[in-house]
Ligand binder design. Structure first.
Ligand SMILES: [Zn+2]
Length: 278
């Protein structure tokens, strides 16, 4: 059985945003230990946001899909400035994406939330509030996911099919509630680290490209809701180069709906089997 070396664990925790605080980093460390003892074929009780390990043990949960496709996803919106600018950029590029919305922000900005769907993009559930579910009890967790799903559906008129917990971490109660609501959990294989004060278009581009492969899922943010003010400007600066690189590699970029993820994402599948969508 594989187990991550202490060095790797420290490296990974160092990558997490400083602003996330000690509690969240400790929770990552605990989940990393749990993931190390998980075996293929067993249900996975916790969602662990651990890049390389997750991709290997739970490729579908990590968002590994069709090797000729890259899923483009944005968390924490809608945002009054970032989201319209991003929608404009995507429209000019002829690319659609999946937006993991916060229920509270969708209710505050219904017009912006509707623009996302009207432009042909897909909406998923991030949560009603942006909070670490591990800190809350099962009842509060169920309530948050249910309220978020209802709010996003009511505002956009589109029924979300995907769920990504804040910070990429959840417990069994959250996973069961998501399943009951018809939501499939999905995390990411590449992120832009586009939440820091110091991030630049170049740093976001390099961060995404460091782990991006065909079949991967990119996480970016069209909001500074849980990040440094206006850090989404760096994301907007990086996105054209990311799309150009994907195109140059022969990879199609689009929403999770077209990514070819099949089966239960919380069950291990070493083969990472995917089906090309028709
Ligand atoms: Zn988030």
């Amino acid at each position: 059985m594989d187990s991550p070396s202490p060095v790797r664990r420290v490296d990974y925790l160092d990558l997490l945003p400083a602003g996330w605080g000690k509690t969240i980093k400790q929770a990552y460390a605990r989940q990393l230990t749990r993931a190390a003892v998980a075996t293929a074929g067993h249900p996975f009780p916790s969602v662990a946001a651990i890049g390389p390990l997750r991709r290997r043990l739970l490729p579908r949960l990590a968002g590994v899909g069709d090797p000729r496709h890259v899923a483009l996803t944005f968390d924490d919106g809608p945002h009054p400035d970032a989201t319209p600018e991003l929608l404009d950029l995507l429209a000019r590029a002829g690319v659609r994406a999946t937006f993991f919305l916060l229920g509270r922000m969708a209710e505050q900005l219904p017009e912006v939330a509707r623009q996302i769907v009207d432009a042909g993009n897909e909406v998923g559930v991030h949560g009603y509030e942006h909070r670490l579910l591990l800190r809350h009890g099962p009842a509060a967790t169920r309530h948050d996911i249910g309220r978020a799903t209802a709010a996003i559906t009511a505002v956009t008129g589109a029924r979300p099919l995907w769920w990504r917990p804040p910070y990429g971490m959840a417990n069994a109660a959250a996973l069961l509630e998501a399943r009951r609501l018809g939501l499939r959990p999905v995390l990411w294989t590449a992120w832009g680290r586009d939440w820091t004060r110091a991030c630049t278009p170049d740093s976001v581009y390099r961060s995404v490209l460091r782990t991006l492969e065909g079949g991967g899922t990119i996480l970016l943010h069209d909001s500074d809701h849980a990040a440094a003010p206006k850090c989404w400007l760096a994301m907007l600066g990086a996105l054209p180069a990311i799309l150009t690189t994907c195109r140059a590699r022969g990879l199609e970029v689009g929403p999770l709906a077209e990514h070819g993820i099949t089966g239960d994402p919380t069950r291990a599948d070493r083969a990472g089997r995917v089906t090309r969508p028709h």
